[in-house]
Each structure stands twice: as structure tokens, then as C-alpha cells.
Design a protein around this ligand. Structure first.
Ligand SMILES: Cc1ncc(COP(=O)(O)O)c(C=O)c1O
Length: 398
């Protein structure tokens, strides 16, 4: 008789549940699609005798498959995946030590600005922000302790384009050991391959175009240099900012359609940018694919086109921005970018609210600056939506 008069439990149930069907040696299937290996640990044939993997924070088959693909897409030797874009930035910044200096372009993603200004500074790493479209400003910005150059191009949200060739050569001629990093989130390797221009580390918020489906937070770094890769891998393992195998699988799947998605983002965003350019209430369209863009020639030299993310300035103020954004029906009012769905946002109050007001005003991130992430919907529907929302914001005919 078992507990309290019930039938007796069959012996070994828990052991069977744990071990039946899970022989570690049998997983050598010929699966065409990358398997999701959730195992955190891997069988060893003797103490400290293991094949490729021992523990999933250090390496995991599903993550490795993704990292290999990430490296190949950028024409790099090594790819590393992290738990978020900011996780990638934190790890890259951890290559530095107390007393070192980062020279960063002035118009970076708000979260990067926050990490640099509030976290790194507290840890004793100095950061200064400079307009990287101005060579003289960059030259003035170098210090004896400058160890890293941080580039975002096109910048967020003002879409300034930085000359990769010029800026990288400038850094290396000042000091060969300066590590040049680019946040390539806006373009992906489909539209820009920074390693070809001498950049040392290409960094991504995979959360955006690379995954493209707004359902994974992840970051990545791609490098060519073996030593730099070893140092980053050591930090990836030591700091533990790694993504889950499930998410790695989702991103691997998303990358299969990256080229198709980017082609459509590129096409639709340019059609919309041209339409906005003609609109009477639009003062300026900041899109690197328009010949009116101040760095149009540089864009053509280093990019194969521009993605779906760009900004525009209208002739109203906060009231008009709010009416416009809340009137949209196909575009969703939300932060982030790079998904299949179109998004619109107000950087001054949303993505870039963490940038100090004085710096925002100086840069031109005003309440009349709207950022769009043009998705994969029919472009005619997107234009109709923008039209009706602008009509409402400015009391025009509908
Ligand atoms: C250009 C850029 N870099 C980095 C990040 C941070 O990435 P994550 O949100 O994946 O941490 C973002 C997020 O919006 C971004 O837009």
C-alpha cells in the first residue's frame, strides 16, 4: 500500500523521466534546419575531457551556428552573439580599463549615450561626443588616452552619414591601437560592410533589422582580428551576457530573409521619403537615399542603399507631432525599428529622452522631428496613412 492508502508508486519514475530517450551520444542527426540545443551542459568523456562544448555560457551549438552566419554575412572571421544590443556594447566597452577614453560621434542611440555617460563614466572610463561629419572636430577630440572610436552611421535619429574610410584612417594614424567600432544596426551587412573600410568591430542590435520580426532582443559583434575575438569571447563568457538558444534559432531563421526584407525596406522608404519631400508641411526629410542629403555622395561610396528608418521635420511643434502620431492607423506609435511592421515615434520624448536636453537641442532633436521605421506593408497604404495623419495634425482637407 502506498501513501495514505493510494496505490504504490512504480519505482524509478523520476529517473526514467530524466534519462529515457536522452542519450547524449545519439544527437548526430542529419537535420537540415539548425536544431535548438537547450542543454546548458555537455557530457565529458573524462574530467575536463570534452569535444566542442562544455557549458552553454561558453558555447552552444545553436548559438555557434548563428555566430558563424553573422561572421560570414559581414565578411568577418568571428561572430559573437549577446543578450541584447546594449549587452554587446557593454562587453565591447569592457575591453577598456579605468582611465581610458572613448571618442564617440555625437548623435548615438539614446541608450548608448546613457551607458557611456552614466555607467562608464562612473567606472572611470571617459567619453566625449563629437560631430564625426567634421574632420577638424575629430582631430581635436583625440586624447593621449583615447583607446576606442565609436561610430554610428547613419546616426540615430538625425541620419548623418559618417565617412568610414576617412574616420578610420584618422584614428589609426593618430594611434594604431585605437579600436574602431561601428554600430551597424540601421543598415545591416546587406547594405553596409564596415570591415571592408578598416573598422575593427562591427556591432549590432540584432533586435532590429537582423531579426526583423520584433520578437527577440539580441546583440552581436563581428571581428576579423583573432586576438580581438579571443578577448571578446573571454568577456562574453566572463560577463555572461549571452542569448538563449531559442532566440538564436529565431534569429538564424530570420536571417534567411534578410536580403528580401532589406530590399523592400529600402524601396518603400525611398518612395515615402520622396513623397514627404513634396509635402507642403514637411520642412526637411533626413534620408541618405535622397540627393538632397548633405552626405549623399559619402552614402553612395560606402553603402549599397538605405534601410527603412529615417526622420523628417515638419513645420509644427509638439502639438502637431502628437496629433500626427496618434492619428496613424497603419503605422504603430512605438519605439524600436527594423521590424516587418511600420513604426513611428517622437525621439525627443521617446528613444532619445535620456539624452540631456541641452545636447538634444544642440543636435536638433526637436519636438517636430519624427522618426519612421518603414515596414513591409503595401507602400500605398503607408502613404495614405501618413497623408491622413498629416491632414489631421495641420487641419488640412481630408
Ligand atoms: C542603433 C542602436 N544601437 C543599439 C541599440 C540597443 O539595442 P538593444 O535594444 O537590442 O539592447 C538600439 C536600440 O534601439 C539601437 O537603435
Amino acid at each position: 500500500m502506498g501513501d495514505q492508502g493510494f496505490l504504490e508508486q512504480k519505482p524509478g519514475f523520476a529517473t526514467i523521466a530524466i534519462h529515457a530517450g536522452t542519450n547524449a551520444d545519439k544527437w548526430q542527426s542529419n537535420a537540415v534546419v539548425t536544431p535548438i540545443v537547450t542543454s546548458t551542459t555537455f557530457k565529458q568523456s573524462g574530467p575536463a575531457e570534452y569535444e566542442e562544448f562544455d557549458y552553454s555560457r561558453s558555447g552552444n551549438p545553436t548559438r555557434n551556428a548563428l555566430e558563424e552566419c553573422l561572421a560570414a554575412l559581414d565578411g568577418g572571421k568571428h561572430g559573437l552573439a549577446f543578450a541584447s544590443g546594449l549587452g554587446a556594447i557593454t562587453t565591447i566597452a569592457s575591453l577598456l580599463s579605468r582611465g581610458d577614453h572613448i571618442l564617440s560621434c555625437d548623435d548615438v542611440y539614446g541608450g548608448t549615450n546613457r551607458l557611456f555617460s552614466h555607467v562608464l563614466l562612473r567606472l572611470g572610463i571617459e567619453v566625449s561626443f563629437v560631430d564625426f561629419t567634421n574632420v577638424e572636430e575629430i582631430k581635436k577630440g583625440f586624447q593621449k588616452n583615447t583607446k576606442m572610436l565609436w561610430i554610428e552611421t547613419p546616426t540615430n535619429p538625425l541620419l548623418k552619414v559618417i565617412d568610414l574610410d576617412v574616420v578610420t584612417k584618422l584614428a589609426k594614424s593618430y594611434n594604431q591601437d585605437i579600436i574602431v567600432v561601428i554600430d551597424n544596426t540601421f543598415l545591416t551587412p546587406y547594405l553596409q560592410r564596415p570591415l571592408d573600410f578598416g573598422v575593427d568591430i562591427v556591432m549590432y542590435s540584432i533586435t532590429k533589422y537582423m531579426n526583423g520580426h520584433s520578437d527577440v532582443i539580441m546583440g552581436a559583434a563581428v571581428v576579423n582580428d583573432d586576438d580581438l575575438a579571443d578577448r571578446l569571447r573571454f568577456l562574453q563568457k566572463s560577463m555572461g551576457i549571452v542569448p538563449s538558444p531559442m532566440d538564436c534559432y529565431l534569429v538564424s531563421r530570420s536571417l534567411k530573409t534578410l536580403a528580401l526584407r532589406m530590399e523592400q525596406h529600402k524601396k518603400s522608404s525611398l518612395i515615402i521619403a520622396k513623397w514627404l519631400h513634396e509635402h507642403p508641411k514637411i520642412v526637411e526629410v533626413l534620408h541618405p537615399g535622397l540627393p538632397t542629403h548633405p552626405q549623399y555622395k559619402i552614402s553612395q561610396k560606402q553603402m549599397t542603399g538605405h534601410s527603412g528608418t529615417f526622420s523628417f521635420k515638419h513645420s509644427g511643434d509638439l502639438k502637431e507631432s502628437k496629433t500626427f502620431l496618434t492619428s496613424l492607423k497603419v503605422f504603430t506609435l512605438a519605439e524600436s525599428l527594423g521590424g516587418y511592421e511600420s513604426l513611428a515615434e517622437l525621439p525627443s520624448l521617446m528613444t532619445h529622452a535620456s539624452v540631456p536636453e541641452e545636447q538634444r537641442t544642440k543636435l536638433g532633436i526637436t519636438h517636430s522631428l519624427i522618426r519612421l521605421s518603414v515596414g513591409l506593408e503595401d507602400v500605398d497604404d503607408l502613404i495614405k496613412d501618413l497623408d491622413q495623419a498629416l491632414n489631421r495634425a495641420f487641419d488640412l482637407k481630408n
